[in-house]
Write a protein that binds this ligand. Structure first.
Ligand SMILES: C[S@@+](CC[C@H](N)C(=O)[O-])C[C@H]1O[C@@H](n2cnc3c(N)ncnc32)[C@H](O)[C@@H]1O
Length: 196
């Protein structure tokens, strides 16, 4: 296992401690099928921090699924708010650390190494995703899977060009509201599935 440290973050609902790779630790690529996945999960991205701040507004008891959770800060914050949370990522190492963070904070949360394309993902009330729109394949896959997964989706994004492409294509299925966040340049997109 890689060397890890604990980082404490102050969020609107209180402090959350995240277990993350130590600065300078060599984080290997994950082998997923015949692909090598870069360890993007190992960063605490500004979009993840922004989403973790926003989930304070999630009502207790909401069934929440976080996709591509990385270190899982939004999932942990949603669990702190009383939501019933499943955190997922392709990286098994990331999921191991999310479980450790949940235990450390005394938060009830399930974490599983699953792709967002996995048919085993359950339908929930709300899907969360922070900084997922950085590859064309991600955009195509998320446009396809999100309508099955939840009537509400909250995505944070630091203004990546592909996010604009995603939002334009999503208009046929979703209405979207854009909100600024405390993180420089990061927007929160709240999507609601159209009923007709
Ligand atoms: C830029 S990182 C963002 C991590 C985290 N959401 C944050 O904001 O700190 C993208 C994350 O998506 C995950 N990922 C990439 N493709 C995925 C897929 N098909 N299914 C699930 N997770 C995926 C990566 O492992 C990584 O953790």
């Amino acid at each position: 296992m890689i060397e890890v440290v604990r980082e404490s973050l102050t969020l609107p609902g209180g402090e959350i401690v995240v277990v993350r790779p130590a600065p300078g630790a060599e984080v290997p690529f994950d082998e997923v099928g015949d692909e090598l996945l870069p360890p993007y999960w190992a960063e605490l991205w500004p979009s993840g921090i922004a989403l973790a701040q926003a989930v304070r507004a999630v009502p207790a008891g909401t069934r929440v699924l976080e996709l591509g959770c990385g270190l899982g800060l939004p999932a942990l914050a949603a669990a702190r708010a009383g939501a019933e949370v499943l955190a997922t990522d392709l990286s098994t190492t990331a999921i191991t650390l999310v479980r450790r963070s949940a235990a450390l904070n005394g938060l009830p949360l399930r974490a599983e190494a699953l792709s967002w394309t996995d048919p085993a993902l359950p339908a929930v009330d709300l899907v969360l995703g922070a900084d997922l729109l950085y590859g064309h394949r991600n955009v195509v896959e998320l446009l396809e899977v999100l309508p099955r997964l939840a009537p509400q989706v909250w995505l944070t994004d630091p203004g990546r060009p592909l996010a604009a492409e995603f939002l334009a294509a999503a208009r046929t299925t979703w209405t979207a509201i854009r909100r600024p966040t405390t993180q420089d340049g990061v927007a929160l997109h709240r999507l609601t599935r159209r009923t007709t």
